[in-house]
Design a binder for this molecule. Structure first.
Ligand code: T4K
Length: 413
């Protein structure tokens, strides 16, 4: 039973017993039907076909195409390598425009290949790249724009398509968060030149590690398949530069098993999201990021926005108090890619062009959810948050006197 707080002294940050005896994570993996998975792993072993375009890989790719309504799916060992393979296959060079408010992988994939990521500001409401700011960032060296469907909420796809079409640029989407989500009723995965999904363990559909590039472009798909497998076009023929981006059979088995529970996972995420929203609705200074009921979402991220002026304490203080209670909230995507290396050193003034990114990165906090977090736990997390809010002024005064607790895992401030 979670420990209920009635006095400030009972908060774990000041020495009380943590509300939860075990840690609650944001990215606790969803596990589908264990027997089905183990059966599939046995099949892999019996077949002695462990990787290299195996039958589970092919089935996984086919199921993704059917679900998304896209022609080609090229499954890869993770989304970061997928982004790199795509960047090469589509021949990007020079500068590529992307948001700074994303996981570092989006930028690193470009930089890794010697392409300059140009960070662009976001729309503070949608948290996604702002097409107006994209327009301003285009130079003669720009070859593409990468939109990121942050939290699975779609970018302004129409505006980005229009803009990139006018400037003859490639348009890619990092859809790492957006499997199972839709834009104007059409599934994410078939927009732009290509999109990328992540099936990392922390994603609501996972293949332990994994990802997929999806596209309707036949020629690009053929290049991607070659590039994923060292460029091999036959046993002794290498047709182009390639790498090893293959997904193995055990990962594909997990991906397939995960897909079969998709509706169940979404239902658990939706239940948690709704419960957080209802419980926290009245709280001044905190809002739960809404998902438009008219579209499909996977609800895998429950995102708080904290307004320090209205709440009394800031996001980092709330984060610290919750971590002490074993609620391991995450400050995605703090501090923004532009403040991480090597980008920070390359352009120390980038933040001046990214006011919305800077402001948002200081306000967001992701809460534990997924099928591993029960509705009783969500209720107890909300009780702790509401308790903190009630005593925010007194806590703030205390923080001014005493040093803030830092969980040993946490290194950056
Ligand atoms: N583009 C975007 C927009 C992305 O968000 C990502 C990845 C990518 C591209 C690249 O995709 P991949 O190359 O990874 O396929 C996590 C994930 O590792 C990362 O995949 C994800 N985005 C990012 C948003 O979150 P970290 O550094 O926060 O991971 P970590 O290890 O701190 O785990 C998060 C939480 O989950 C922790 O509380 C621990 C818990 N956890 C984690 C794992 C791996 C578990 O409970 N069990 C587990 O097995 O990046």
């Amino acid at each position: 039973m979670p420990a209920v707080k009635s006095r400030i002294e009972e908060l774990a940050i000041v020495g009380g017993r943590p509300a939860f005896s075990t840690e609650l994570h944001v990215g606790r993996p969803n596990i589908g039907n264990r027997q089905t998975l183990l059966g599939r792993i046995n099949d892999v072993l019996d077949r002695r076909w462990l990787t290299n375009d195996g039958p589970f890989l092919q089935e996984f790719e086919k199921r993704i195409c059917e679900r998304i309504g896209v022609k080609h799916c090229i499954a890869v060992c993770n989304a970061t390598i997928g982004l790199e393979i795509l960047t090469k296959a589509i021949a990007l060079s020079g500068e590529v425009i992307l948001p700074s408010f994303t996981f570092i992988a989006t930028a690193h994939a470009l930089q890794w290949l010697g392409i300059t990521p140009v960070f662009c500001d976001i729309d503070p409401v949608t948290h996604n790249i702002d097409p107006l700011r994209v327009g301003e960032a285009i130079t003669e060296r720009t070859t593409a724009v990468i939109g990121v469907h942050v939290w699975g909420r779609p970018c302004n796809v129409d505006a980005l398509v229009d803009l990139t079409h006018r400037h003859k640029l490639k348009l890619l989407f990092d859809a790492a968060h957006a499997f199972g989500c839709s834009y104007k009723g059409r599934m994410i995965g078939s927009f732009g030149n290509a999109e990328i999904f992540s099936f990392h363990a922390t994603k609501f559909i996972n293949s332990f590690e994994g990802g997929a590039i999806v596209t309707n472009d036949d020629e690009l798909a053929a290049k991607l398949r070659l590039a994923r497998n060292f460029g091999f076009a036959g046993l002794d023929t290498v047709a182009c530069l390639g790498t090893n981006g293959k997904m193995n059979e055990v990962s594909a088995a997990m991906g397939l098993t995960s897909l079969e529970s998709l509706e169940k996972f979404v239902a658990a995420n939706y239940r948690n999201y709704k419960q957080y929203q209802q419980e926290i609705a009245e709280a001044p200074g905190i809002s739960v990021l809404p998902y438009d009921e008219g579209e499909k979402f996977n609800y895998q991220y429950v995102v708080l926005e904290i307004d320090e002026d209205a709440m009394g304490i800031n996001r980092d203080e709330l984060d610290d108090i919750l971590w002490a209670e074993n609620v391991l909230t995450r400050r995605y995507f703090y501090p923004g890619c532009h403040r991480m290396e090597p980008y920070r050193t390359d352009d120390p003034q980038a933040g001046l062009r990214l006011p919305h990114t800077e402001r948002l990165a200081a306000r967001v906090l992701c809460l534990p959810t997924g099928s591993g977090v029960s509705s009783g736990e969500v209720c107890a997390i909300c009780d702790v948050i509401k308790f903190i809010m009630k005593h925010a002024t007194a806590l703030k005064e205390r923080f001014l006197i005493e040093p803030i607790f830092r969980h040993p895992w946490r290194s950056s401030s």
